[in-house]
Design a protein around this ligand. Structure first.
Ligand code: ATP
Length: 453
């Protein structure tokens, strides 16, 4: 049985809780993106036909592609293009001793306070949320309980015989999979310190106040690197700075507006139990600057808690230090969408980097009732499809099809018209400029490949 918190308000009411006049315009952006996600099949509320389950979201056809593209780009830059990082895929369910050793059973807690008027609970460190909540009880004096600790690990029961089931935790971070496999990786591959173990996967947290759309969910995906270095200050500092820069550059290379990105150092009183020091990469979201990746210096906390070590080529034994880059796939997807949303008086479009766009191209016949145009367009579509995610649309008029692809973030629309039948050229319309260029059909593949490089 999962451990539910009774206090989680639905998304809409939570979003309204935080509205003030200065934020109104930017919150509009949040509402617009949320609506677009539902309308176009990016993200739906989880279990919606049964009134949902707070803190869970389902990705539709376009959102799944977006997320897959984010993960593929991450994997390419963190593993495929490097020779010092290997990838793994560890189990979600782990022996509960892992979580005792990692300190999560004892220390993965948020102190909560409870409103004595309506019994909603809030994280004691979220002072703004508490203040905003007090305003909802207009003429009452709001009193709060003193902070009480609440563990964020989600419990599950494993085993087929009732009464003989063992209690386990769904992983609260994917990180521990890299540590428990440290020796397996060292002995089964050729890695030598400094090296990294990376993975992408689901994590689960009993978040007290899930909200801001997918930003704080109870089930989410992480993409993480654990990078093992010699236990020396100079090495720790060097790799911490290196990974800070690498990770920030990665977001920028995929089109994130650099003026909306910043680093924020963790204060001593907010550092996680394992962190020597830590900085977050933050995005300026409509609800304020918000973390989407943490760069943590975990020291030797994890490996020494699991009693693991390393022997180098000179037979010297030591416990490596770990520099971690821990990002969220869902937060990235949300922030890439917020970053890409554009509108003018004629249209709404998502200016997503072509590498992230769910569909790279859409192919249309100018008129759906002319078989010679439809056949030609179909053959182009069939030829592109094995190479790029390609959409087909023959509904409505051409203008509406462009608008529909703009909203989906499709960078290029290929239209087959009567000239195509004469000279084998098509128009390629650019999503951001709406400018059309005539291109030979035989050049289409290299045209898109070039732009996607
Ligand atoms: P926060 O302070 O926002 O609760 P955190 O510091 O606890 O986040 P980490 O434990 O460092 O987060 O997790 C690494 C990354 O995992 C975060 O940067 C974020 O992208 C993602 N993440 C963490 N919690 C959630 C969540 N509840 N929903 C969605 N993504 C999350």
């Amino acid at each position: 049985m999962l451990h539910f918190v009774r206090d989680a308000p639905p998304l809409a009411s939570l979003a309204l809780l935080f509205i003030n006049m200065d934020q109104k315009n930017s919150l509009n952006l949040m509402e617009k993106v949320t609506a677009l996600c539902k309308r176009r099949g990016f993200i739906y509320p989880g279990s919606e036909i049964y009134n949902g389950l707070a803190g869970t979201w389902d990705y539709g056809p376009l959102g799944t592609e977006l997320k897959r593209n984010i993960k593929n780009e991450w994997w390419r830059s963190m593993i495929a293009l490097r020779s010092d990082v290997v990838g793994i895929d560890a189990a979600i369910m782990m022996n509960p001793k892992v979580w005792e050793a990692s300190g999560h059973v004892e220390a993965f807690t948020d102190p909560l306070v409870e409103c004595l008027v309506c019994h909603m609970r809030f994280r004691a460190d979220k002072r703004e949320e508490i203040k905003e909540h007090e305003k909802t009880h207009k003429d009452q004096i709001v009193e709060w309980t003193s902070p009480r600790k609440f563990n964020l690990l989600v419990k599950a029961y494993l085993g087929v015989v009732e009464g003989e089931q063992s209690e386990i935790f769904l992983r609260g971070e994917i990180t521990q999979g890299a540590f428990v496999n440290f020796e397996n990786v060292v002995s089964s591959t050729r890695v030598k310190i400094p090296f990294g173990i990376a993975q992408i996967g689901k994590a689960f947290r009993n978040e007290i106040t899930p909200g801001n759309f997918t930003y704080r969910s109870r089930e989410f995906e992480q993409m993480e690197l654990e990078f093992f270095v010699r236990p020396q200050d100079s090495e720790g500092d060097k790799w911490f700075d290196y990974w800070k820069k690498e990770r920030l550059d990665w977001y920028k290379s995929l089109g994130m507006d650099s003026s909306k990105l910043r680093f924020r150092k963790h204060e001593d009183d907010e550092k996680a139990h394992y962190a020597k020091y830590a900085e977050d990469i933050e995005f300026e979201a409509p609800f304020g600057w918000s973390e989407f990746e943490g760069i943590h210096h975990r020291g030797d906390w994890d490996l020494s808690r699991h009693k693991l070590g390393y022997v180098d080529d000179t037979s010297a034994k030591f416990t490596p230090w770990v520099i971690e880059a821990s990002g969220g796939v869902d937060r990235s997807a949300l922030f890439f969408l917020l970053n890409a949303y554009r509108e003018d008086d004629k249209r709404v479009w998502l200016n997503l980097h072509p590498k992230l766009a769910p569909y790279k191209a859409a192919v249309f016949p100018l008129l759906a009732n002319k078989p010679e145009l439809v056949d030609k367009a179909r053959s182009i579509y069939n030829n592109l499809k094995p190479h790029f995610m390609t959409a087909w649309d023959a509904r409505g008029n051409i203008g509406k099809r462009y608008l529909s692809q703009d909203e989906a973030g499709t960078p290029w629309c290929v239209t087959v018209d009567f000239q195509t039948l004469e000279d084998n050229t098509v128009t390629v319309r650019d999503r951001d400029t709406a400018v059309q260029e005539r291109t030979k059909i035989s050049k289409l593949r290299s045209y898109f490949s070039e732009k996607l490089r």
